[in-house]
Design a binder for this molecule. Structure first.
Ligand SMILES: [Zn+2]
Length: 157
């Protein structure tokens, strides 16, 4: 896969769309339980709705919005990041880290082919598990598993 390769993604209804360029800074399966991400307790399409999610971060220059200009996301300022939520389906399309300005998206949001497979998944496939200590399911793979953040917490396996 070339570094210039573009992947497309969107919110749950497709109103908000984005493109990411090249490889992510990192791609991990996240097992955290973040109730703070669903302040209205209606949106279960973020982390809390899944057993775990794949999260990947891209530099600010690798991320761009591609939806129609008249569509604006609902912006929520959180403690460490800004969350961009779709006003139609209320799902989170992307988050931007306040310190690094990097963008975080989820693997499930990326465009799929006709067989339902994420296009060019190999190039963005997660390389480990984070917050594995709060998991609700054991995952039998060979990827490193961290209690909390990758490289900054105890490695469990
Ligand atoms: Zn939407």
């Amino acid at each position: 896969m070339s570094q210039s390769e573009t992947r497309k993604g969107c919110c749950a209804c497709g109103s908000l769309s984005f493109a990411v360029q090249g490889k992510p800074l990192f791609s991990l399966y996240c097992h955290c339980t973040p109730p703070f991400r669903v302040p209205e307790r209606r949106v279960l399409l973020t982390s809390s709705g899944a057993v775990f999610v794949s999260t990947m971060h891209f530099t600010s220059s690798a991320f761009s919005w591609t939806h129609a200009q008249e569509i604006e996301p609902a912006v929520e300022q959180m403690e460490d990041y800004v969350l961009y939520r779709c006003k139609t389906c209320r799902s989170c399309a992307a988050t931007q880290m306040s310190d690094t300005q990097n963008w975080a998206i989820r693997g499930t949001q990326l465009e799929r082919d006709e067989a339902g497979k994420i296009i060019n998944w190999e190039g963005v496939k997660p390389t480990g598990h984070i917050f594995y200590d709060t998991r609700v399911i054991d995952v039998a793979d060979d990827l490193p598993k961290w209690e909390g953040h990758s490289g900054k917490s105890n490695r469990l396996s």
